[in-house]
Design a protein around this ligand. Structure first.
Ligand code: MN
Length: 262
């Protein structure tokens, strides 16, 4: 099994090294191709209007990686479109040091890198760690490494994933022995506490910054956040087909089409 490892925090992020090391223990081959800077909360990007550069980088453990000035999803596209000549069997993205739950998945470069893999017909897994907000010092990725290994090992025994689906794995911040278990979940509801900060630059012009407190979430059983708060590794299958079946019914019940004049 040949695994492509990428992330959205940049090629030098400790979570990428942790994931690359975890995957090397279980895969035949691991290729690392990641952005050269932090693309967190960049969403699903396709860079079409400027060239992409790729450089060679040495990670902290002396291992080899590729870095590009493109987005996380560009990394996956580059690899799939032939920059990496050897066939890729699986894309694993992370380890993001913060959970990607609820509506986060639409912002997350970690998750959208896995989505890009699914668009190219390759199974994709996003791995995020629910690090405490007030944590100081280095992040302990050991539990998340173990969870990533277990999910990828299970996947390697399957014939891939259903089409247009990725797995978003969120890991509670604790050693693997302290996991309550693994739970299949649905997206929960994030509560964003964004606030617009207005300031004035040295030239007297106003500028705006999206600030506020870190988001919380609704603790509901069966959801990604519910699993994390109960100590489980959350595994959410996410589909790229965003069609709302419920709303198709809602529109039809209200005679949407017949009430529109041509
Ligand atoms: Mn990130």
């Amino acid at each position: 099994m040949h695994i492509l490892v990428t992330n959205d925090d940049g090629v030098l992020a400790p979570g990428l090294l942790a994931l690359a090391q975890a995957m090397r223990e279980i895969a035949d081959k691991v290729t690392v191709l990641a952005p050269d800077r932090n693309w967190s909360a960049s969403g699903h990007v396709k860079t079409l209007h400027r060239p992409l550069r790729v450089i060679e980088v040495e990670l902290e453990d002396g291992s080899f990686a590729w870095a590009t000035d493109g987005a996380p999803s560009d990394c996956v596209a580059l690899a799939q479109l032939g920059f990496i000549s050897e066939k890729i069997d699986l894309v694993v993205s992370g380890i993001n040091p913060n959970a990607n739950i609820g509506h986060d998945v639409t912002y997350s470069g970690t998750v959208t890198a896995a989505m890009e893999a699914a668009i190219g017909g390759i199974p994709g897994v996003a791995v995020s760690l629910d690090k405490p907000d007030n944590l100081s010092g280095p992040v302990d990725f050991s539990g998340a490494k173990r969870a990533a290994q277990r999910v990828v090992q299970w996947l390697s025994q399957q014939n891939g994933l259903p089409a247009e689906v990725i797995l978003s794995v969120n890991v509670p911040y604790r050693p693997a022995e302290k996991f309550k278990g693994y739970m299949i979940t649905r997206q929960g509801l994030r509560i964003y506490r964004d606030e617009l900060v207005r300031r004035v630059d040295p030239a007297g012009r106003p500028y705006y910054w999206i600030g506020g407190q870190v988001p919380t979430a609704i603790d509901e059983p069966g959801t990604d956040y519910g699993a994390l708060s109960a100590g489980y590794v959350s595994v959410t299958p996410i589909q790229l087909d965003l069609t709302s079946s419920r709303t198709r019914d809602w529109l039809e019940e209200r005679q949407f089409i017949t009430s529109l004049d041509l």
